[in-house]
Design a protein around this ligand. Structure first.
Ligand code: AKB
Length: 315
């Protein structure tokens, strides 16, 4: 049985990935880790270790202690926070990746999941149905780290045979753990505010269309790509994946079907400039063909689930 380490397990995706992997592989085989005890649901759900993703020794000690063979590296500084702290974003996102790539190269681990993002694309990328292989000139530090990281993943696979797999996540919508520091975070905040306040001020303009995905689909994609046979994974940088695209206005309309009095206002801030450089929709045919990726949730079914779960949470 494979032994798994999740680095960055307290975050929005890391937390739900931890719960899912524990369900599939058993609690004892899935070690959650983060730099601090920031999510008690994760900390209390099984074995938890403090690991500093930027410290090679800290990662290696945990890997050796638990005989880890598979690492999901979910720690990262996202797009909006990365613009505030460019060098910190560069250091965190790159150091942590090099540590796990080198641990695989040195034979300590066998398999890596590393998340990329639609942030690898930029203003010169075609915005509609953005292809897997296309112009990539990201303008955020986060996007640069993801683009460069993809190249390094591909390099370590070709040069050293490292089994590394990646996905370019769109904006991820979920109800368990809040996202932090991203440009797509509005699509989560809006649901919370719709229920608690009946109104939301969007930091993106009403017609800003972005690719998005419900968490369950994102987790399924992550598990599927890692369960696929190595020969099925033809792309070792990261795969495009897609589920839906919408604007803040369309999202507000979907919420209004459940909460008729809900109102939205628009006050775009610096995150608008980032969103304006990202694709509106994504061509994910390579993922669908190579490892049978498919999504289940659209805007309507995601909204049903978000409202249902958040109403229970705030009751
Ligand atoms: C962000 O907004 O920075 C992230 C992402 C799209 O990678 N959610």
């Amino acid at each position: 049985m494979s032994k798994i380490l999740i680095i960055g397990a307290c975050g929005q995706i890391g937390s739900e990935l931890t719960f899912k992997l524990r369900e599939i592989y058993g609690g004892d085989n899935v070690i959650a880790s983060d730099i601090r005890y920031s999510n008690l649901d994760v900390v209390n759900s099984g074995i938890f270790e403090i690991v500093d993703a930027q410290d090679y020794a800290s990662v290696k000690i945990c890997i050796e202690k638990h005989n880890i063979d598979t690492v999901y590296l979910m720690a990262a500084m996202l797009s909006a926070t990365g613009e505030k702290y460019p060098m910190k974003a560069w250091d965190l996102n790159m150091d942590s990746l090099f540590h796990v790539l080198n641990l695989a190269k040195e034979g300590f681990i066998k398999k890596i999941f590393w998340p990329s993002s639609i942030a690898v694309f930029g203003p010169t990328t075609p915005t509609a149905n953005t292809p897997q292989h296309t112009v990539m000139e990201p303008t955020t530090v986060y996007g640069i780290t993801k683009q460069v990281g993809e190249r390094w993943c591909d390099y370590y696979h070709k040069k050293y045979g490292v089994d590394v797999r990646g996905i370019r996540y769109p904006g991820i919508v979920s109800w368990k753990t809040m996202p932090g520091g991203g440009t797509t975070d509005y699509a989560v905040e809006i649901y919370h505010k719709a229920i608690t306040d009946g109104t939301y001020e969007s930091f993106l303009s009403e017609n800003t269309e972005l690719p998005m995905m419900f968490m369950d689909d994102a987790i399924n994609a992550t598990v599927s790509i890692m369960q696929a046979t190595s020969s099925a994974i033809k792309i070792r940088s990261a795969y495009n994946i897609a589920a839906m695209s919408f604007t803040p206005q369309q999202l507000a309309e979907a919420i209004k079907k459940h909460i008729p009095d809900f109102t939205i206002t628009y006050n775009p801030d610096c995150r608008q400039q980032i969103a304006d450089t990202w694709p509106k929709s994504i061509d994910d045919s390579a993922a669908r063909k190579d490892w049978n990726w498919k999504h289940n949730f659209d805007l309507e079914s995601m909204t049903n689930e978000m409202i249902l779960q958040l109403k229970k949470k705030y009751e």
